[in-house]
Design a protein around this ligand. Sequence first.
Ligand code: NAD
Length: 529
Amino acid sequence: MTISSSQSDRAGHAVSSLEGADSLFARLGLDRDARVSLTQRQGPQWAMTENPSTGQPLAWVRLDEAADFERQASEAVASFKAWRTVPAPSRGLVVRAIGDAFRRHKADLGELISLEVGKIRSEGQGEIQEIVDIADFAVGLSRQLPGLTLPSERAGHRLIEQWLPLGVVGVISAFNFPAAVWAWNACLAAVSGDVTIWKPSLLAPLTAIACNRIADEVATSMGHPGVFRLVIGTDQEVGERMIADRRLPLISATGSCRMGRRVGQVVAQRLGRSLLELGGNNACIVHEDADLDLALASTVFGAVGTAGQRCTTTRRLFVHEKVAPAFIARLVKAYRSLSTRIGDPRDEATLIGPLINAQAVKQFEHAVSAARQQGGRVLVGGGRATTNALGHFVEPTLIVAPDAPGSALPIADEETFAPILYVFTYRSLDDAIERQNAVDQGLSSSIFTESMRVSERFLSPAGNGSDCGIANVNCGTSGAEIGGAFGGEKDTGGGRESGSDSWKAYMRRQTCTINFSGKLELAQGIRFE
Ligand code: NAD
């Protein structure tokens, strides 16, 4: 697969030599943004953002410093005081207009995501579709945000719960969902009456600038400036300040378990609220009665899609021993057929784009070598992909675990952010579920079966089935609709975002007792006379 070789050299100037990129930047307002430079900048206040398909610079982005964060935080508090007084349905109208703006910019933003993080075209666009979807969801919510009326034990009293705006929400996002994760937070926060300050990954600042710009321009044009804010800086200078800042009652952080441990501790120390969406090590079980065609297609997408860089990527596969030989043979064939589909993510024929950077390739190589040392057998892949480009491409890799009791393959217990699938076989369903659950993370899981009993065992109401936040039947681990609550257990952090009642994280609950009896009556029958 050939990748366009017309990009600039690293030391020279910019991306604008990349075919069509300069007009893309202009359509998204990036060429007019004071933070963005298309010519090389040096010094600690500038970060280079790279196209992972070419290893070449896309642009240089000016980093915020402590004083910039301080200004944003104090202005955000003022913006919040105004925004919370706007009725929720009117806040919803602003989010509706933002959703419409993202509809209009879907193709351009999707392309920017392909350039900056290497997602294939349909996945880049799919990510912007998630923004449109969550905006629609939030608009509906803006006319609900329902509280409860509860029966009071005291005559002539009313007991209610109401939900109130929370404050300034800090949003920290990972590189692999450079737009949607922010929108999940920002749209719900906005209808809840909150202001967001977004700190994106330094691996994807252009997408953040473009997205925040759209939201801010729409809100400002409707008379509400400052509701959507952006700070771009290093973890030391900006990230640490943000998580320690008491003016931000909620920090919603998406990223690695390592990051979540740090954020969780700092926020807990100031008794703030954190919403953590962290790493996954997701498994798929293929039972003996599974529809193998369906299981095959779902496993391949789950393991290889987004080049294995989704939190919900399928990383471990448990196949029943009766179907294992045939199923693994089909997997091998499917993986081999992918070798011609690796390349430029903007090419319609491509299914597998690059890893995010050179370090990610090294981590991939380390995991493959560890798996070999631990007795794993590489059936397909295992190395860098051969393309004509200088980007960070690796081969989709299938590794069978050693056939030993307990199948010791410790590397499979770790999340390596790359397209590596470790394959195990099992005899009993209970064993498969136990081994699926035997990792630190608890994000997504799935089983393929035609049996109602097997499916119900996996989803058992006793809680002894899958221990993950997401448990699917005949549907792979990767990807989710916005309507359900998204998140995972154990080291995945326990947070829930997006649909269902996730909005409650962005509001504070108030319990109110209204006495219309004209008499003092104390709860629990206490007398004080
Ligand atoms: P990362 O942990 O390296 O970085 C994530 C974000 O945290 C970045 O914005 C980074 O700058 C910030 N950060 C790191 N240390 C910080 C600190 N001390 N203070 C404040 N901010 C800090 O993760 P990544 O490599 O960008 O993303 C990949 C990881 O994210 C994977 O583990 C993946 O599973 C996870 N992820 C989880 C979900 C989910 O919803 N569960 C979604 C996407 C990605």
